[in-house]
Design a protein around this ligand. Sequence first.
Ligand SMILES: [Zn+2]
Ligand SMILES: [Zn+2]
Length: 236
Amino acid sequence: MQLLCDCHIHTISSGHAYSSVTECARAAFIKGLSLIAITDHAPSLPGGPHIFHFHNLRVLPPVLEGVRLLRGVEVNILDGDGLLDLDDHMLSVLDLVIASLHLPCYQAGGRKENTRAVISAMQSRHVDILGHPDDGRVPLDLDEIARAAAATGTMLEINNSSLMPISFREKAEENYAFLLESAIRYNARLVVNSDAHFHEDVGNFTKAVPLLVRHGIPESMVANTTPERILSWLKS
Ligand SMILES: [Zn+2]
Ligand SMILES: [Zn+2]
């Protein structure tokens, strides 16, 4: 499976990541990627950037170091109604939006409430990707989520960082086994992302791709095989 895009990358602006936009673009070029999305954390995560960071992303060039650059964000799902921490206007001017549950910004409830939060977020016309739906600390009804992803045209992220031994997320591999089974059933769209917090990790899909292969996922379900496909699968 050849993946030419990485759509979940954090830079020094996230407050707990350690490389610049240019370093990430250069690393992507060296690894043979054609497109990356810069998706720093939204303001509610401690250490995250001010909203001005997102307004000013327009100063970045569309192509940097030979790699197509998308201006994005990883927004926080804040409550059971799927409230996000950037407003619709801000999200509408960005190229790509990932919505994720992060425990500093979301009080984990039971499976039913967490699932409702995530499905509500996916119903936003601005949310392109559900980030790392794999953390055993926030139980989700993964079958319901795959069905809602297919119905709303939201891509489900297979997050390489969650699968690394140093990850603080729990039981990611087991959760992905359930999720992928349901994704096949509903023909939900998937995207493999590094979630890099350091430029050397840009394009690192070493855990996620073998997982997809083991579960018999065809390339036709995966968004980031080519820039054309990921761009055409974004909601707006
Ligand atoms: Zn982070
Ligand atoms: Zn995240």
